[in-house]
Design a binder for this molecule. Structure first.
Ligand SMILES: Cc1ncc(COP(=O)(O)O)c(C=O)c1O
Length: 346
């Protein structure tokens, strides 16, 4: 990339190795299960997450929606965090396409949901109420600021779900960042979950795609949902080839993105008029002092026009800027960013 793009990890481009693998990928018609590269990706993803089976989907949103459609019946209620991506940023797909009713519960600053809140959200067996079917967690939690949740907490929620006859789905768009943050095998983070969506794009740099994992029977139903949503692809091996590189070459290096985020936050924190509000995994948030003489838009515009550096105000709260590090943000990019921000604010 010939510019510095810190707006998100979703802006990451495929790596040279991915482009090479995509060009050479063996392909077939995936609707006939004939694409060897997709089959390999699904087998490897299931194996890495410790589940029986997997299905390649076009996006995290599609993976979450296929999971909800495969697990639930129309009219069911699902328990989700009030700041979860599934509830806030997936256009209410669960209600639009599945007739599902979200029951929101507060997400705490550490990205967990209190067990008492989960318990209170379960509807009694009462003909006035929808049947509560599923609990969804998010790891790392986007709106909480990239905060990872631990294997211990997830195991508690899994036990809670099992004891109440509920299904546990994890929106693990960045689950490998959580695994890197806790230095644990990703399998341990999702051990008690019935299903997990994770993204091959974002920090793992594949241009397209996510994977949904779970039991054989669940994945068979998820494939039906994917077909109905228009997400069954033909020679998708071209994309799965990049996904295989994402899985096997990119997960272990995510810790570098976290270290880079920390270095960047430390560098920025020395600049007068800039206040770091948080740094977790590959996320950083900061605000500008009111007397700085620049609006956030003017600040962002100056960085883009004068230094070819892209940032954007945080969509959740306009007085903050959110940055995310990724593969294309190296030490040199961090040094350049710190000196450019310092110059713009001086
Ligand atoms: C936590 C989380 N879940 C799901 C998604 C959706 O992924 P996609 O953009 O691939 O649909 C995102 C996207 O940023 C996300 O942050």
């Amino acid at each position: 990339m010939d510019y510095i793009d810190l707006r998100s990890d979703t802006v990451s481009h495929p790596t040279p190795l991915m482009r090479e693998a995509m060009a050479k990928a063996a392909v077939g018609d995936d609707v006939y299960h004939d694409d060897p590269t997709v089959n390999q990706l699904e087998a490897d993803a299931a194996n890495m997450l410790g589940k029986e089976a997997a299905v390649f989907v076009t996006s995290g949103t599609q993976g979450n929606l296929c999971a909800l459609l495969a697990h639930c019946q129309r009219g069911d209620s699902i328990i989700v965090g009030d700041s979860s991506h599934i509830f806030r940023y997936e256009q209410g797909g669960m209600a639009q396409f599945g007739g599902l009713i979200p029951h929101t519960v507060p997400v705490q600053a550490d990205a967990t949901i209190g067990l008492a809140d989960l318990r209170n959200a379960i509807n009694p067996d009462d003909e006035h109420k929808p049947v509560t079917r599923l609990v969804a967690l998010e790891n790392t939690h986007n709106m909480a600021g990239g905060v990872p949740i631990s294997a211990e907490y997830t195991a508690k929620v899994a036990e809670f779900a099992r004891s109440h006859g509920l299904i546990l789905h994890i929106d693990g768009a960045r689950i490998f960042n959580a695994a890197a943050a806790y230095s644990v095998d990703v399998k341990d983070l999702v051990a008690g979950a019935d299903s997990v969506t994770f993204c091959l794009s974002k920090g793992l740099c594949a241009p397209v795609g996510s994977v949904l994992v779970g039991s054989q029977d669940f994945i068979r139903r998820a494939r039906r949902a994917r077909k109905a949503l228009g997400g069954s692809l033909r020679q998708a091996g071209v994309m799965a080839a990049a996904g295989l590189i994402a899985l096997h070459e990119m997960t272990d290096r995510l810790i570098e993105d976290h270290q880079n985020a920390q270095t960047l936050a430390e560098g920025l924190s020395e600049i007068q008029g800039l206040h770091i509000q948080g740094q977790n995994t590959n996320f950083i948030f900061f605000s500008l002092a009111p007397d700085i003489g620049l609006t956030l838009d003017e600040f962002v515009c100056a960085l883009r026009e004068e230094y070819n550096i892209r940032m954007s105000p945080y969509s959740g709260e306009k007085s903050l800027i959110r940055l995310r590090t990724h593969y294309w943000i190296d030490q040199a990019a961090i040094a350049k960013t710190v000196s450019a921000v310092s110059a713009v604010l001086s």
